[in-house]
Structure formats: C-alpha cells, structure tokens
Design a protein around this ligand. Structure first.
Ligand code: NDP
Ligand code: ZN
Length: 354
C-alpha cells in the first residue's frame, strides 16, 4: 500500500510502499479517506518536534485522520463505519495508569507515543490499524471533513480545562481573543464566536490575506501584533476574559497575563523551541495574584474531546470549511500539501473517498 513518510535522509515527505497492516486482537483495520496537515507535521519534518519509531528508518506521517472501518475484527465496530482515530498510544502490550484511566492525554512526556509525531507511525497510509477504543465514530454526512475532528478536539480539551479553573465563582466572560491565525486559531475563533459577545484574533499579516478574510467573515476583530503587541490589547481594544494562544510565539505566553481582564484565564497551546528573553517576573507574579488570573497549558486530547469535536464539526458552516481547506491532493502529489505559503491554510491528503 501507499504511505507518506519521512526518512532519516530527507526532510520532505516521501511516497513509500509498505505492507498493509493486519489488526491484532482488539484492533480494527481502517481504510483511510483523508489526512490533514498542520504545523506539527512541519515540525516533525524539519526535526524540531517528535521522533522516529525505535529502530525504524522512516516514520509514516499524519495524525489528523478520518477513515472507514474495513475489518472490524470482532471489536464491535461495523464495517463501513466512519471513524476518526485518537493520537496517543502505548507500544504493544504496555500500559500505564494514564491509559488505564482513559486519560492518555494527561500522561507525562516519555510515557506514550503519538501516531505520526513521536515514536509511532501515523495515518498517512491507505490503511491503518488501531485499537477500537481509540476510534471515534463520525457521521457520514461530515466524513469529508472528519480530519478536522482531531484539531477541533484540541480546543474542546483546552476550553474544558480553562473553564474548569473559573468554575468556583460566578464568571461571566464576554470577550475572547485567539492568538494565531493558523488553522487551529481560525477553527477556535469560530468556536469562541458562538459563545462570546466579542472576539479578537491576533496575526501578523497585511491585508488582503485569506486568513484575515476568514476572521472578518467569522465576525472577529483582526489585530496585527506588529502594531498592537498582545500586552497592549487592553489599551487598544479591551482586557480579555479568555485568551487562547495558538502561535507558539513564546513572548505571547507572558504578554497574555497582561492582556487578561481581572479573573480571566489564558490557555497556552504553542510548543516553542528554547528561547531566552527578558520578562518582568515580579509584575507577572503580582498581576496573576492580585487579579485572580490563571494561565494554563494543555496538550493533546482524548475520546471525550473527540466526541465533543464531532458535534462541533457538524455545526461548522460550509463557507468556513470551503475557505479553510486550501489544498486537497492525492498521495502522488503530496508536496502540494506541505507547501507553506500565506495562501495555504489547511491542506489535506486524500487516499480514498466513501
Ligand atoms: P500554524 O503555524 O499554522 O499557525 C500559527 C499562526 O500563528 C500563524 O498563522 C502565524 O502567522 C501566527 N503567529 C506566529 N507568531 C506570531 C506573532 N508574533 N504575532 C501574530 N501571529 C503570529 O500552526 P497551527 O495553527 O497548526 O497550530 C498553532 C500552534 O499550536 C502551533 O504552535 C502548534 O505547535 C500548536 N499546537 C499545539 C497543540 C497542543 O496539543 N498543545 C496541538 C496542535 C497544535 P504567520 O503564518 O503569518 O507566520
Ligand atoms: Zn495537530
């Protein structure tokens, strides 16, 4: 079967041939429909994030997938059922307390593999196997966009964890700001626009730009961080009740504290490389304490977040799906999915259709 992988000698995606996998007990065989590409895949390709499976000379890419159950293999799934796979796994037969509790997304670094990211082959293949428990049903009506369930699930988890910190009091948020106009930021902006009176999205691009057009269409206010640094949001616009960081730009983590309104919460998603810069730690500490602010981090997601994401996917308007997906390519022309110009928002590799 055809797979898209990265080898130790190349930093671009390669079309490779591999044997079709057979499911172990408890696993189903899935025929892949589509696999999305995001910032993490680029980081895996350039070697700044993730790592190869032990002893392998290549890794199959891809962690945002949708497929159809080909062989249920006695798992209780039905042949023809559309599913989206979660990402974290343990190598054969191993487990740990986080997996036993059904919370692998809370496992510490090193206690898991991630398919297509760290230590395990991904889903950019004509077929893949997965434990049935990690395959979340997706309605056929949204199968075409089922590769968005994984990125949406990241935000479902982030929102759940952030809001949980505000549960002890009568929090009445009105304003939310997304930092970053990549695919994760734009999907999140749409989700927050459904909940908040006023939304903002921070980027660093000149108009006209397709991502800024999407921000306008969603109804958010575009903020250019070159003119308005994140910590000046309160003066330029307003202090924010909720901030969702999806830039990976490390100073934003600290500027977020200043940009929050009292009692606000900021959630950090970006995964920056080491980067030293000056911050006024005293003021940050003071600001968090005296204004009951909260800053949390979150990574990955699991089955319940995927289930929430399936609901959200069904609500996304057609225009947003059309505008967000800028490239759909077959495995033979996979380079198109990894081109990284300002016109590229979400690229997809299509292996098959329903
Ligand atoms: P992208 O790289 O597509 O998006 C990042 C966006 O942030 C880009 O549009 C970029 O603008 C913008 N940006 C970067 N720096 C600045 C700045 N200083 N001011 C304004 N805008 C800026 O990534 P994704 O959307 O796929 O993901 C977003 C982040 O979330 C990444 O860091 C990724 O690693 C992380 N992530 C984390 C996950 C988790 O579980 N914690 C899961 C998935 C992703 P431009 O394009 O113009 O440079
Ligand atoms: Zn991702």
């Amino acid at each position: 079967m055809k797979v898209i992988g990265v080898t130790r000698d190349d930093d671009g995606p390669q079309l490779l041939e591999r044997e079709r996998p057979s499911p172990d007990p408890g696993e189903a065989l899935v025929r892949t429909l589509r696999v999305g590409v995001d910032g993490t895949d680029h980081e895996v390709l350039n070697g700044s994030h993730g790592g190869f499976p032990d002893g392998a000379d290549h890794m199959v890419l891809g962690h945002e997938a949708v497929g159809v159950v080909e062989e249920p293999n006695g798992t209780g799934l039905e042949a023809g059922q559309v599913v989206a796979p979660t990402v974290r796994r343990k190598p054969d037969g191993e487990t740990n307390e986080y997996f036993r509790r059904g919370e692998p997304d809370m496992a510490p670094d090193g206690e898991y593999t991630e398919r297509g990211i760290v230590g395990d082959h991904g889903f950019m293949a004509e077929y893949f196997t997965s434990p049935a428990d990690f395959l979340v049903p997706v309605p056929e009506s949204v199968a075409e966009y089922g590769f968005l369930v994984e990125p949406l699930s990241i935000t479902e988890k982030a929102n759940e964890h952030a809001y949980a910190t505000r549960e002890p009091f009568d929090w009445r948020p009105e304003s939310a700001c997304v930092l970053g106009n990549g695919s994760l930021g734009l999907l999140t902006l749409w989700m927050l626009e459904q909940e908040y009176d006023r939304t903002y999205c921070v980027g660093r691009r000149d108009r006209p730009d397709p991502t800024v057009d999407i921000i306008d269409e969603i109804g958010g206010t575009y903020v250019d961080s070159r003119e308005t640094p994140v910590d000046e949001l309160p003066e330029a616009h307003e202090a924010m009740d909720y901030i969702y960081e999806a830039t990976g730009f490390a100073p934003h983590a600290f500027q977020t504290v200043k940009a929050l309104d009292q009692n606000g919460v900021g959630v950090l998603l970006g995964i920056p490389e080491p980067w030293e810069f000056e911050v006024d730690g005293g003021s940050l500490h003071n600001e968090i304490v005296l204004h009951n602010k909260c800053l949390i981090g979150t990574v990955n997601s699991h089955v319940s977040h995927f289930e929430d994401a399936v609901e959200t996917l069904q609500e996304l308007p057609d225009w947003l799906l059309d505008d967000l997906v800028t490239t759909v390519t077959d495995p033979e022309h996979v380079e198109a999915a990894f081109e990284d110009g300002d016109d590229q928002i979400k690229a997809v590799v299509e292996f098959d259709s329903l």
